[in-house]
Design a protein around this ligand. Sequence first.
Ligand code: PMT
Length: 223
Amino acid sequence: LQAGPLTGKQIVITAGPTHEPIDPVRFIANRSSGKMGYALAQAAVELGAKVTLISGPVALEAPPGCNRIMIETAQQMFDAVMQNLAGTAIYIGCAAVADYRPTHPASAKLKKSAEDDLSLQLRLNPDIITAVANAGERPEMVVGFAAETDDLQKYAQHKLQQKSMDLIAANQVGDGRAFGQDNNALEIFWEGGHKSLAEAPKLEIARELITLITERYHAKNSI
Ligand code: PMT
């Protein structure tokens, strides 16, 4: 482990999409590549943190020095996060967790029917970051992301409060932005503060965000 301002601190980071099975060969997912979450894991390791990276299915190698746990579904991500919460100082939810899953995934491949229309019944997944923020062993800092196509600030500030986060990093998505890209730009909000990070490679953005989170963490703990 490297020595730095996060030496000895345990950080849990989620990254990537979740896959929600429809049948053994099909699933519901989204366009997250994991790049942003993996960059955050690397940046946190660089500052000396002990990082557990809980990742959905992505085509990336684990950043050196972090403990990676691979999962597929939102429920599996929820379980892995909860199992790793004890002693965690900072939680960063960067994963694009599917809000819904097929209610009754089929055990055999679904056959094409004669009908033109097909309905899929969906059920709400557990909200991982809300559970983390309300856990008995709540990390001192709970950091979330907001991916929005419109009204970035309004929705981000609403999620910050609704999900009891300490800080939220909002990115504009749609029109080929953020999801899957090598670059990102963030609007970061916390109670009484705001910072904009202009478009840059995700590793640069990640280093700036981790530095800000570290400052907020130490400010909170020095009160
Ligand atoms: O992976 P990349 O291709 O690099 O793209 C990065 C990214 C765009 C996916 C990332 O920067 C990002 O914005 N991640 C969060 C995407 C998202 O799902 O946002 P949301 O607004 O739907 O969710 C808000 C927050 O709640 C997030 O912290 C999310 O992890 C969390 N959440 C959501 C649903 C759920 N069931 N459980 C959760 O914990």
